[in-house]
Design a protein around this ligand. Structure first.
Ligand code: ZN
Length: 204
C-alpha cells in the first residue's frame, strides 16, 4: 500500500507558508511504516522542534489503474476519509532550502494519520463540495472544503496515475487548507468530515 500526498493544493495554505503556486500538483510519498497504528498516540519525534498538523481529505483507491483520464477517475475510488499529514516543519524548511527531498520531514513513523471513519462518495452530493475541519483541544484550527482545491479529486487521481500505477488500497492525501500549526505534548486532535468525527489523536 502506498500513500501518495499532494502539497500546495489550497491557495490560502500556499500563502501562509510563503510558497509559490505550483504549475503542476506537488506530489510526494509516505512509506507504509509512517501510518499511525490504531489507538496509538502520536509521538513527537526527537529530531524536530516544530511538528505541524495538516488535516487532509483522503481518497482510497479501489481498482488498479494507470494513465486514468479525469472523466473516468471516479471509477477508481469510492471511499472518502480524513487524515493528518504530520510534518516536521523545521526539517522540511531545511530540506526545501537545500532543494532536497522531503521524506525525512513527512515520512517518519506515525506521520500519517488515517481516520477509521470512511464514507462512500455517494453520501455526498459532490466530492467537490465536502466540508471538513480539525479541532485541537476542542478548538477549530483548520476548516476547509474540497471546493477550494486547486486540483480537484478526479484531476489528482488522473494526474498521479500518470506516474504511479494505482493499486487497490492506495491512499491519496489531497492537501491541506490553511491553519496548519504546531503540536505539543498533551494536545488532542480530532478531525471531522461534516459533523462526523473521523479520528481523535493524543499527542505525546
Ligand atoms: Zn500535506
Amino acid at each position: 500500500m502506498k500513500l501518495i500526498c499532494i502539497g500546495r493544493n489550497y491557495a490560502k495554505h500556499i500563502t501562509e507558508l510563503h510558497s509559490e503556486k505550483p504549475e503542476h500538483p506537488v506530489v510526494f510519498m509516505k512509506p507504509d511504516s509512517s501510518v499511525l497504528l490504531k489507538n496509538n498516540p502520536f509521538i513527537i519525534p526527537s529530531f524536530s522542534e516544530d511538528v505541524h498538523y495538516e488535516v487532509e481529505i483522503l481518497v482510497k483507491i479501489k481498482k488498479v489503474g494507470k494513465h486514468i483520464q479525469p472523466k473516468f477517475a471516479h471509477k477508481y475510488y469510492d471511499d472518502i476519509g480524513l487524515g493528518i499529514d504530520f510534518t516536521a516543519r523545521d526539517v522540511q524548511n531545511y530540506l526545501k532550502d537545500k532543494g532536497l527531498p522531503w521524506e525525512k520531514a513527512k515520512g517518519f513513523d506515525g506521520a500519517a494519520v488515517i481516520g477509521e471513519q470512511w464514507f462512500p462518495k455517494s453520501k455526498f452530493q459532490s466530492v467537490e463540495d465536502i466540508s471538513f475541519r480539525l479541532e485541537k483541544n476542542k478548538e477549530i484550527v483548520q476548516s476547509g472544503n474540497t471546493s477550494e482545491m486547486l486540483w480537484k479529486i478526479n484531476e489528482l487521481v488522473a494526474y498521479v496515475s500518470q506516474y504511479f500505477t494505482l493499486k487497490i488500497g492506495d491512499i491519496i492525501f489531497t492537501g491541506t487548507p490553511s491553519g496548519v500549526g504546531p503540536v505539543k505534548e498533551g494536545d488532542v486532535l480530532e478531525g471531522f468530515i461534516q459533523e462526523t468525527s473521523c479520528f481523535s489523536i493524543q499527542v505525546k
